[in-house]
Design a protein around this ligand. Structure first.
Ligand code: PLP
Length: 393
């Protein structure tokens, strides 16, 4: 897969000069000349904006840049990753349809599958995306869509994307890829045959934990139109300021992602050498259960996420989080700084201990979203944190 080009600064012309930074345009309403002008906008003959829930310049600028990265057209910016997924579901699915989701989707996507879609008459199944036969077994005559994350959270397993996309093509089922973890640099769903791409822009693309935004794009313009109508009607679109911040974050995305991945690879090796560590999961390591698939799918971009396990007790987990206050213990990912999360008390707390054990998440299991800090400082931090678990375990 060819890596997309880095986003360039282009600015917007004003006469013979242009500001380097995209102007922030917070106007909610846009005045037009007369009713004929409104007709020509609504009927698509002229470009223009009317009301910012329906569209505004900052969302258009960010969407065009994300379209460029994903190789899509007409994608929209939403107020969060979850609103992108909501717009996708409500734009494309209807009561009576069936959707299959990966069994380790992001927690709120899982809730959509388990609670909200069934409540509205859309049937759902969860299946293991690392095993195409499990997906095949979940297919029903009314299956309309498969939603998959290429790399699962927090055990970092790799979906069998080739198998799933071939199966879906054979059965006439739409495939939506949540590309948040992998980013367009690691995986390009459209070049592989997917029908929809969604992102939590909040995470790696914006990168500074100061904006919530999402993005959704469909391969088929008719689907895209439906998704956009739903987003605008249900009020799922993003504000100008969030769109503007998202665009600003995007300019440094390539640099941040390269450094974070380099740090992640080095930190994973380092953590594996620390006394008290039971296992380390990083798709770039040869001992990762899906290493070969990761090497084939991810374009050499093994990501910035590392998971590891220490003594499986709450005491050890508390000791690890307490030991290094500057290592943010926060259930998010993709920030410029390294963050540490503990699935048993956060993203996966709704599961029983038994269910977590089956997924390989004990009380001693941590997920690290590696940032762009100096790697020697990170190694020191993790050495101290892991040593604390040995003392308290
Ligand atoms: C893979 C994935 N998809 C979607 C989301 C939801 O994004 P947001 O928090 O922007 O709504 C998240 C959030 O962590 C995520 O990790």
């Amino acid at each position: 897969m060819k890596r997309p080009n880095m986003i360039r600064r282009t600015g917007v012309s004003h006469g013979i000069s242009r500001p380097l930074v995209t102007p922030l345009q917070p106007s909610v309403v846009y005045a037009a000349d007369n009713p004929d002008a409104l007709d020509s906008m609504y009927e698509g003959r002229e470009e223009g904006f009317t009301y910012s829930r329906e569209g505004h310049p900052n969302a258009s600028v960010l969407a065009a840049k994300l379209d460029q990265l994903e190789g899509g057209q007409g994608g929209i910016i939403t107020s969060s990753g979850m609103s992108a997924i909501t717009a996708l579901f409500f734009g494309v699915l209807k009561a009576g349809d069936h959707i299959i989701g990966g069994n380790q989707l992001y927690g709120r996507s899982m809730r959509m599958m388990n609670e909200e879609l069934p409540r509205l008459g859309i049937a759902t199944s969860l299946a293991d995306p690392t095993d195409v036969n499990a997906i095949r077994a979940a297919i029903r005559p009314e299956t309309k869509m498969i939603l998959v994350e290429v790399v699962s959270n927090p055990t970092l397993r790799l979906a069998d994307m080739e198998g799933i996309l071939a199966l879906a093509a054979e059965m006439g089922i739409l495939v939506a890829v949540d590309n948040t973890f992998t980013t367009p640099f690691g995986y390009q769903p459209f070049t592989q045959g997917a029908d929809f791409v969604v992102h939590s822009v909040t995470k790696l693309l914006a990168g500074h934990s100061d904006v919530m935004a999402g993005y959704v794009v469909a391969r088929d313009p008719e689907h895209q139109k439906r998704i956009e109508i739903v987003a605008v009607t249900m009020g799922l679109t993003a504000s100008p300021f969030d769109s503007w911040l998202g665009e600003r974050g995007l300019f440094t995305f390539e640099l941040r992602y390269e450094k974070a991945q380099q740090n992640a690879a080095e930190l994973a090796e380092f953590i594996a050498t620390q006394p008290g560590v039971k296992r380390v999961l990083y798709p770039g390591r040869a001992d990762h259960p899906d290493h070969n698939r990761a090497a084939a799918l991810l374009n050499g971009q093994f990501g910035n996420m590392v998971s590891f396990e220490v003594t499986p007790t709450r005491n050890a987990a508390n000791a690890l989080a307490n030991a290094v206050p500057q290592l943010a213990f926060a259930p998010t990912l993709g920030d410029v700084g390294t963050t540490l999360s503990h699935p048993a008390s956060s993203s996966h707390r709704a599961l029983t201990e038994q269910d977590r054990a089956e997924l390989g998440m004990s009380e001693g299991f941590f997920r690290v979203s590696v940032g762009i800090e100096n790697i020697d400082l990170l190694k020191e931090d993790f050495k101290t944190a892991i040593q604390a678990t040995v003392a308290k375990g």
